[in-house]
Design a protein around this ligand. Structure first.
Ligand SMILES: [Zn+2]
Length: 166
């Protein structure tokens, strides 16, 4: 598995396959996702949830739409909402499988590759960016301060190692 650079890649680069907790049986299940900021028609075509343990499956195109605004003619417009940058999958809102809750907050990843990028960032104690500028919205720029705090690093790395084996 290639380790991607946490100063460049963003959370939304990992939304093609998202490991979630099945809302029916609580086992590990999969959301086949897509890029977040593509037209909704593409989400409706591609995005689906399935659980190999209990057989529960949902297509994104069959999820209910939410009223988002009323236009100037008084008509309510409906859309499907996205939930980016949160410990839930951005399409269905199911809990992420790779989720570590500690007193300070929640550390989460969409999949193992995403978690490995965060792990690599924590292991890189010198925070060598090799002259790379922080990319806007990169994982390194988005992680909360308590995650990168030196006093929490060893502890979080142990929890990451544990959650990878779950
Ligand atoms: Zn299930």
């Amino acid at each position: 598995m290639k380790t991607l650079n946490p100063y460049i890649v963003r959370n939304e680069d990992f939304t093609d396959r998202i490991d979630v907790v099945c809302p029916r049986c609580e086992k590990k299940a999969l959301v086949i996702g897509a890029g977040l900021y593509v037209p909704m028609a593409e989400h409706e075509e591609k995005v689906r949830f399935s659980c190999v343990s209990c057989g529960y499956a949902i297509k994104y195109e069959n999820t209910p739409k939410t009223p988002v605004y009323v236009n100037s003619r008084g008509l309510t417009k409906y859309s499907r909402l996205l939930y980016p940058n949160a410990p839930i999958d951005p399409f269905f809102g199911f809990a992420l499988w790779y989720c570590i809750e500690v007193n300070e907050g929640t550390l989460w990843a969409y999949n193992l590759e995403h978690l490995s990028v965060i792990e690599a960032y924590l292991k890189d104690s010198l925070r060598e960016r090799n002259g790379l500028p922080y990319q806007n919205n990169s994982i390194a720029s988005r992680l909360p301060k308590w995650v990168s705090a030196a006093k929490n690093r060893e502890y979080l790395l142990r929890l990451i190692a544990w959650v990878k084996l779950r």
